[in-house]
Ligand binder design. Structure first.
Ligand SMILES: [Zn+2]
Length: 291
């Protein structure tokens, strides 16, 4: 029996200064423009929220993109009995090490979803194409990584639309998935996302890589909470995450998982998510005792 509470999750993200690695030839020496802030986490580590705000009309919201270059395991049917699919997601890029991460994913036949920030897309537009060409999904993570719940409806729309335009310019189609920065959402944010014909995607497994953990801890945390149908929060902007991914992929494969995009998971109907179409008071959050 799954217990839900109506507490609105407040997922924070304290992210290191991942936009200024000296090894990056196109690094911008100016202070990062993307704002990250930390705020306290209300939920226990196991009490991870999971929510996908589907468009009115449900599943049609994820009538999404067939990847251009499917990874080797792309043929798996996540809706088949016994299938174990999981969606790894990487936020805040494109980042200097995103191409390296793509190589790692390729080696393990893993697909994933990259929730990209507009300002980063402008700095590394070719990486957007690379992500698409390697069979992964490009999602929207807002133009400036601001807390959308603190913005006006017009500003929220601008934050999202700008990234849709940037991505469409690079790969010819707009993202269908939107992940609000820090997982911060409310009725207005959800409405704007719906109005734009997109699906809001939060996560239900948190690697906690944004907490400054080393790769061993990120690996342990991720594998401890991994379950079929999960959407896993990670960041391609964080070095220990990149270093953790090979072990995570090896172990997930050993456990029989296939790594798929969020849209594939949603289409399969197997996503282990609570879905809502309303505002924040309708947003269910799994309690620590949830399976
Ligand atoms: Zn983020």
């Amino acid at each position: 029996m799954k217990h839900v509470s109506l507490l609105r999750p407040r997922i924070l993200a304290f992210l290191p200064d991942h936009f200024s690695r000296p090894a990056d030839p196109d690094v911008d020496p100016r202070p990062q423009r993307t704002t990250h802030r930390a705020h306290p986490r209300r939920l226990g580590t196991a009490a991870i929220l999971a929510s996908v705000a589907l468009l009115l009309g449900g599943g049609t919201a994820v009538a999404a993109p067939a990847p251009a270059g499917p990874a080797p395991d792309a043929a798996v049917d996540c809706s088949a009995a016994g299938a174990k699919c999981i969606a790894l997601t990487f936020d805040d890029g494109p980042a200097p090490r995103t191409p390296e991460l793509l190589d790692i994913l390729d080696r393990h036949g893993a697909e994933s979803t990259f929730f990209m920030v507009g300002r980063q897309i402008e700095r590394r537009p070719s990486t957007v194409r690379m992500v698409r060409d390697r069979g992964h999904e490009v999602g929207n993570h807002s133009a400036n990584h601001r807390v959308l719940t603190e913005l006006s409806e017009r500003e929220i729309r601008a934050e999202i639309s700008e990234v849709n335009d940037l991505v469409r310019r690079e790969i010819g189609r707009s993202p269908t998935l939107m992940r609000p920065p820090y997982g911060e959402t409310d009725a207005t944010v959800a409405k704007v996302i719906r109005d734009l014909g997109m699906t809001q995607v939060i996560w239900n497994v948190d690697s906690e890589d944004w907490k400054g953990h080393d790769s061993a801890t990120i690996t342990r945390r991720t594998l401890a909470d991994a379950k079929p149908g999960a959407i896993v929060l990670m960041h391609d902007t964080i070095d220990p995450t990149i270093e953790a991914v090979p072990t995570i992929l090896r172990e997930l494969k050993a456990r029989g998982y296939t790594m798929v995009t969020v849209s594939d998971l949603l289409r399969s109907g197997q996503a282990d998510l609570d879905r809502f179409e309303g505002g924040p008071t309708a947003l269910p959050v799994e309690s620590a005792s949830a399976p």
